[in-house]
Write a protein that binds this ligand. Structure first.
Ligand SMILES: Cc1ncc(C[n+]2csc(CCOP(=O)(O)OP(=O)(O)O)c2C)c(N)n1
Ligand SMILES: [Mg+2]
Length: 357
């Protein structure tokens, strides 16, 4: 290809990818930093789990980083996020520190949930990250309740609730969407559609396409490529603005793919998908590599700058492990906090035993 032609096409590409989505160069680099941090953080989790430092169930988000960075960066601090159990990176994206997430995984008192929630129950009311939920689909009605509270109090926050593709066959999902539609609540239902619920392909448990799932309730459905973080970011930025302006509930089929097994105790491919399928996705659908190639093509990033970003991501992740290891276990007395109910003199039920008069 002639040199001039290359230059022209480079410039055209630059105009194309950034202007198409109205995303500035610095923001594109931020999205890269976000995803690198999520990848390196999860690799540290994987390492710590393998040597027995993290116990219980543990589900990694590796391969799905675009779904965290692209959907949460457009939110404000006073917006809410609620998720399922594959939520470490979404917690970090919403503002929970990597230290507090890693310490939670290590079961330490400095963890986001005081070390008593573990991998599936990272929770932080301060940053409005409302968990971390282990029951498939259980978070969907809860998040709808928060959306109702936002509307009832006349606030202009929104809530984004994530679920896996398997959750759309749960009864609570359908009841919640119906109520959200009737009340026109400010909520985005995001299906992180990685095509499998554990070892079961979505096509085996649903005769209808994902995009039809919200149709009975009159909730608009949108399909977004979650491996393209620029597309995901731009879509959510505009959608959140629409919801603040009163557009009502929305349903997103966010196409993604997980590069690891369902949980840390499962094989990467298993018998439900082939090694070739996973390897192909890792080459063709890695959200980090796709953005990298795009930024390289646009001359916004080069290998040296990328290496520096990666160094920072690795350092923050390594430091979170050091922080977790140096943190104390919860005091035994913490066992008795947050676990029992008490009826006050007015007949109201509180779940933390504190006397509220
Ligand atoms: C109500 C309920 N049923 C079954 C399970 C066991 N279970 C845990 S994860 C999972 C699969 C969920 O898959 P999906 O919703 O697609 O999320 P992904 O793991 O792909 O992110 C199942 C069946 C559960 N936790 N809760
Ligand atoms: Mg799934």
């Amino acid at each position: 290809m002639a040199e001039t032609k290359t230059k022209v096409s480079k410039n055209a590409k630059k105009l194309d990818a950034l202007q198409k989505h109205d995303i500035g160069e610095e923001l594109a680099l931020e999205l890269m930093r976000d995803m690198l941090l999520y990848r390196r953080f999860e690799e540290k989790v994987e390492e710590a789990y393998a040597i027995g430092k993290i116990g219980g169930f543990c589900h990694l988000h590796i391969g799905q980083e675009g779904a965290a960075a692209g959907t949460i960066r457009p939110l404000r601090e006073d917006d809410y996020v609620m998720s399922a159990y594959r939520e470490h990176t979404q917690a970090i994206a919403k503002g929970v520190t990597p230290n507090a997430v890693m310490a939670e995984l290590f079961g330490r008192a400095t963890g986001a949930s005081g070390g008593k929630g573990g991998s599936m129950h990272v929770f932080d009311a301060k940053t409005r990250f409302m968990g971390g939920h282990g029951i498939v689909g259980g978070q969907v009605p809860l998040a709808t309740g928060i959306a109702w509270k936002i509307k009832y109090r006349g606030e202009d926050s929104v809530i984004v609730v994530y679920m896996g593709d398997a959750a759309v066959n749960q009864g609570g999902f359908h009841e919640a969407l119906n109520m959200a539609a009737v009340w026109q609540l400010p909520i985005i239902y995001v299906v992180e559609n990685n095509a499998y619920g554990m070892g079961t392909a979505f096509s085996r448990v649903s005769l209808t396409d994902m995009m039809t799932k919200s149709a009975p309730y009159g909730i608009p459905a949108h399909s977004v490529n979650g491996q393209d973080v620029l597309e995901t970011y731009a879509f959510f930025r505009d959608l959140v603005a629409d919801i603040r302006a009163g557009a009502g509930p929305q349903f997103i089929d966010l196409q993604t793919y997980r590069f690891r097994g369902h949980s840390m105790s499962d094989p990467v491919s298993g018998t439900y998908r082939s090694v070739e399928e996973v390897e192909k996705a890792k080459i063709e659908e890695d959200p980090i590599a796709l953005l990298r190639d795009e930024l390289f093509r646009m001359d916004i990033l080069d290998q040296d700058a990328l290496n520096q970003m990666d160094e920072v991501a690795r350092r923050i992740s390594a430091e979170s492990v050091e922080f977790a290891e140096a943190s104390p276990l919860p005091d035994p007395s913490a066992l008795y906090e947050h676990v029992w109910a008490e009826v006050n003199p007015n007949g109201r039920l509180f779940f933390d035993g504190r006397d509220r008069g």
